[in-house]
Structures are given as C-alpha cells and as structure tokens.
Design a protein around this ligand. Structure first.
Ligand SMILES: Nc1ncnc2c1ncn2[C@@H]1O[C@H](COP(=O)(O)OP(=O)(O)O)[C@@H](O)[C@H]1O
Ligand SMILES: [Mg+2]
Length: 257
C-alpha cells in the first residue's frame, strides 16, 4: 500500500482538486484506490458521490465517519486492501497529524498558488513536513492555477527554484479542473482539447510519483502496434529517471507556464 498525501496549511490552493484527479488517474490505471478525506468539509467525499458509476470506482472515506479510537490507524491508511491511498487534507492541519501522515508516506505533494500570501506560507509547510520526519526525497512542490507569463508566476518560479526539493509540475488555471470536479471525475477522464493539453503538464508529476514507487503513468503502447503520437509523448517520461535536487526533470521544463 502506497500513501500519497496532498498537503498545505493554506486553503484554496488546490489540494482537493489534485487529490481527486490523482485518485481518478490511479483508478483509470486499474489501481485499487482509496481516497481518505481528512477535511470535515468533505469536498473529496462529495466529489466521489458525484462520480458516475460508469467510471472506475474510488472508495472515498470521510474522516468524520471514523469510529472513535481508530484515528491513528486511519491516518496511517490502514483498514483496507487498496494499493494506493490518497489523503486529501484540510488547511491548518496540526503538527501531530502531519507527523503521523507524512512519516512513511510514499509521496507528499504540496500545491502552491502563484500569490504572495501562498508563497509566503509555503516554506513553513515544507519545513513542517521535513521536521515531521518525512524524507526529503518524498516531498514535492507543484505550482497550481498558473496563468502564463504573469509576474505572480515569475515570483513563484523563483521561490520554487530556491527550494532544495523537487518542483514537479506547473498546472494551469484551467476550467477543465472545475468541470472535472463538478462531474466527479479527474483531468484524465475529460476528453477535450484543453484537458488533453493540461494532462501533458502531469507528465513530470507522474514520472516523479513513479520514481517514488507509485506508477500511475499510461502504459507504453505495445511494440506490435505502436501508436506514433502516443509513443512520442510517453517515451521521455517513462524512460528518463527523475533528476533529484530541485532541478527540473530533463525531459520537460515544468517552469514553462
Ligand atoms: N488548476 C486549477 N484551475 C482552475 N481552478 C482550480 C484549479 N485548482 C483548483 N481550482 C479551484 O480552486 C478552488 C479551490 O480548490 P480546492 O482544490 O478546493 O483547494 P483546497 O482543497 O486546497 O482548499 C476550487 O474552486 C477549485 O475548483
Ligand atoms: Mg480541500
């Protein structure tokens, strides 16, 4: 069982959007996935309830439905048979909970918005995760809701560059995410040109997750029937190892908004 924790002390930075899309992506790859919603507001559980039955199922569990006394094992993702457990967390999570969540997580993803307030908070979030005992190589930051060539994005890119942890994706401010969320699905389940373009931005993130043992990438086309377009897009991400140390993956520059 691999635990992926989406976390940031700041609300509205895209934790639920990322956690739900990631869960949908995992389910679409045939993985048994559980989505643990630690936010009492229950947005991730509500999303799962909107999910059409025609799509691969996701077991979403609300934190407030956890029986008394099992909170610790719940926070450790125990009590299920799923291969991938994704945690959607609320803003302002306390240190004891962060400690439990991140210590043995396969991956901790921190979405950050290109705004001065969010950038100002991010170093403390990263510090909290590292102080909780999470190995540095399990933590990644991604920029979310980026609009091309804005000054706010340039500031965020400079900040992300200054971190010594990987900066694994730049997700655009895109209606595709809101549309997907409204339908109980993820960005990988929407068949529009905009969503397809946005999925390209997930390639370095999925490659980084794969290097952490959570491989949610699309399988490469079989050699017998190569699909030239898909092959061109998939090969660099699946073959190149992730470069550690806060540098951009070599096959794609995620800093390009
Ligand atoms: N990349 C994005 N593009 C457009 N809207 C987004 C994006 N990410 C998040 N949102 C929207 O921003 C709002 C806050 O996102 P949400 O995932 O609920 O944040 P959090 O869980 O961190 O509070 C939601 O309305 C969501 O639809
Ligand atoms: Mg949320």
């Amino acid at each position: 069982m691999s635990r992926v924790v989406v976390l940031n002390a700041k609300g509205g930075c895209g934790k639920t959007t990322l956690a739900t899309s990631l869960a949908a992506c995992a389910a679409g790859r045939g993985r048994a996935v559980r989505l643990l919603d630690l936010d009492p507001l229950g947005a991730a559980v509500a999303w799962s309830q909107r999910r059409p039955s025609s799509l691969p199922p996701i077991r979403a569990v609300a934190a407030d439905r956890v029986p008394l006394g099992v909170t610790r094992s719940f926070l450790l993702g125990a009590g299920g048979t799923e291969e991938v457990v994704i945690f959607d967390t609320p803003a302002g999570l306390g240190r004891p909970t962060i400690d439990l969540l991140v210590r043995d997580a396969a991956a901790v993803l921190i979405p950050v918005l290109p705004s001065a307030i969010d950038i100002g908070i991010a170093p403390r979030v990263v510090a909290d995760v590292l102080l909780a005992g999470c190995p540095k190589e399990a933590v990644a930051v991604l920029a979310n809701r980026v609009r091309a060539r804005t000054r706010a994005y340039a500031t965020l890119a400079r900040f992300l560059d200054s971190l010594t942890i990987p900066f694994v994706a730049v997700l655009r401010d895109s209606q595709s995410y809101t549309a997907a969320a409204a339908e109980g699905c993820g960005i990988h389940e929407i068949d529009t040109a905009a969503a397809r373009e946005e999925r390209e931005r997930w390639i370095p993130l999925l490659a980084w997750l794969a290097a952490r043992g959570v491989d949610l990438r699309e399988p490469a086309p079989s050699p017998a029937e190569p699909a030239p377009e898909a092959e061109a897009a998939a090969t660099p991400a699946s073959d190149a190892p992730y470069s550690e140390g806060g540098r951009a993956p070599p096959w794609r520059n995620p800093r390009e908004p």
